[in-house]
Design a protein around this ligand. Structure first.
Ligand code: 5RP
Length: 298
């Protein structure tokens, strides 16, 4: 029977070249199928961008404002996130396993807010990351910090382990309190992460020269939201970042500390995935916020 089936197959389209499309993310063409597939769980292949909802802050801050109750405050936002950035403890205890977006696990840690923050170790095994179906492992890198070399070693160790198993590594550039947050520093920190093999890098937006940070980093960059800003300003931050080449945001406090987190995450999506201008996104935020308010009065 097998022979007969083979004989009847004729539609080889010999003259049609085999499809060989480049992968949609910068610097990621050479990656193996599993890694590219996991990156497609983080970044939306249509827009090439991501809205990562970051709520891993408890790993050194404890129950900070807006994260007191993950089940009540964060879980309702998860359908609007492309990816969740969180610790394994919160993933297991508080996130329904029916969530199908990307999981980026906080994979370094150690010191609390009461100690020198840069003195981190790797805080997860690769077996755990695989068991939890992680798309990426996030590791903090303290360029210029007291424990710079140690944090870089944490990054390279996780890259080695991640590459063996097709799991991406996110290099998270942490800027010490006494360091200048300018393009010069961000170029240095992001480029070091990429040179050492990070699959993508998280950094902060800078007003002057952010486009040069993106240009000199050969892998995708996402920006952290940073301290809580008024909603319109946070949307402007997201807009400026993607407009200058960021592949999305890894936003925490500006979403979960917003007066209406559900409206804010949807407005951020409009900027990141639909290139909405700031005023359009802000109007969208106000519209959803007002709908929420009127529903809660019923
Ligand atoms: C905490 C982190 C956060 O995930 C990151 O800073 C994004 O959160 P925010 O937008 O609140 O800055 O890495 O260590």
């Amino acid at each position: 029977m097998a022979d007969k089936d083979t004989e009847s197959a004729r539609n080889y389209q010999v003259g049609v070249p085999a499809r060989n499309e480049p992968f949609f993310l910068k610097g990621s063409n050479h990656l193996d199928w599993g890694l590219q597939n996991r990156l497609s769980q983080i970044f939306n292949p249509r827009s090439g961008r991501t809205v990562m909802l970051a709520f891993d802050h408890g790993y050194f801050l404890g129950p900070t404002s807006g994260l007191e109750r993950i089940d009540l405050n964060i879980v309702p936002l998860t359908p609007y996130a492309d990816t969740l950035m969180l610790t394994r403890g919160i993933l297991r205890t508080s996130i329904p396993p029916t969530y199908t977006g990307g999981i980026v696990l906080r994979s370094s840690g150690g010191p609390s807010i009461l100690k020198e923050l840069s003195n981190e170790e790797i805080a997860i095994s690769i077996d755990e990351a695989i068991r939890l179906n992680a798309a990426a492992m996030a590791v903090q890198v303290f360029i210029g910090g007291e424990y710079e070399t140690k944090s870089i070693h944490n990054l390279t160790r996780l890259i080695d382990l991640g590459n063996q198993h097709g799991i991406a590594t996110l290099g998270v550039t942490a800027v010490g309190r006494d360091m200048v947050r300018d393009a010069n520093y961000m170029r240095l920190a992001t480029r070091i992460c990429a040179e050492l093999g990070a699959t993508y890098v998280k950094t902060y937006f800078v007003e002057q020269g952010f486009d040069t940070v993106v240009a000199s980093c050969p892998v995708p960059i996402v920006i952290a939201g940073g301290k809580k800003l008024p909603e319109r300003e946070a949307l402007e931050l997201a807009f400026n970042a993607v407009d200058q080449g960021a592949c999305g945001v890894d936003m925490g406090r500006n979403i979960f500390q917003s007066e209406c987190p559900l409206a804010m995450i949807q407005a951020v999506r409009k900027v990141v995935h639909e290139n909405a201008r700031v005023q359009e996104a802000y109007d969208y935020y106000l519209e959803i916020r007002d709908q929420q308010d009127s529903q809660s009065l019923k």
